[in-house]
Design a protein. Structure first.
Length: 162
């Protein structure tokens, strides 16, 4: 790992560990959550539900087991995402406002209400030149967030997100 260009603090940017980020690989997964906890809880819920219909002797126990598994699965998904994404959304909005001010020398309060959060979030992956062009396109054509991401040629990676 090397110190990111222009940084004076202890923020490190991965060099050879991660592939260059782009539209096809910008999503991030947390292995213990996405590939262990969620599949195991889903398997337990499905097994419990199946047993509730096929094991008449212990039908009530399996039904309660299934309900408990579903509740844990639901909470595991929602709580983790709720807090992390809420904070991340606020940070993305602040990044947009700062970047807009740096590029246009004016506050973004007239532009921001005209674009959706999805569009605003998609613009963060664009370089400064593309940001200006894509923002104008969003304001004129109401371009979807997915189309914005597909239009980016010089993808600006976000390696620090949740």
């Amino acid at each position: 790992m090397v110190l990111a260009e222009g940084c004076t603090g202890l923020i490190f940017a991965p060099t050879s560990i991660m592939k260059k980020q782009g539209y096809n690989n910008y999503k991030k997964y947390y292995a213990p959550h996405h590939f262990i906890f969620l599949p195991v809880m889903m398997a337990l819920f499905v097994t419990g539900s199946w047993k509730a219909f096929h094991d008449e002797a212990k039908q009530l126990e399996w039904a309660l087991f299934s309900i408990a598994c579903f509740a844990i699965l639901y909470l595991g998904i929602m709580v983790r995402q709720h807090y992390a994404l809420g904070n991340q959304d606020r940070i993305v909005r602040l990044e947009f406002r700062l970047r807009y001010f740096e590029l246009f020398g004016a506050p973004s309060n007239k532009v921001e209400p005209k674009i959706s959060f999805g569009q605003l979030a998609a613009l963060r992956f664009a370089s400064d030149d593309e940001f200006i062009t894509l923002l104008n396109r969003v304001l004129e054509e109401n371009t979807s967030s997915d189309d914005i991401k597909k239009s980016i040629n010089n993808w600006q990676a976000d390696d620090m997100r949740v």
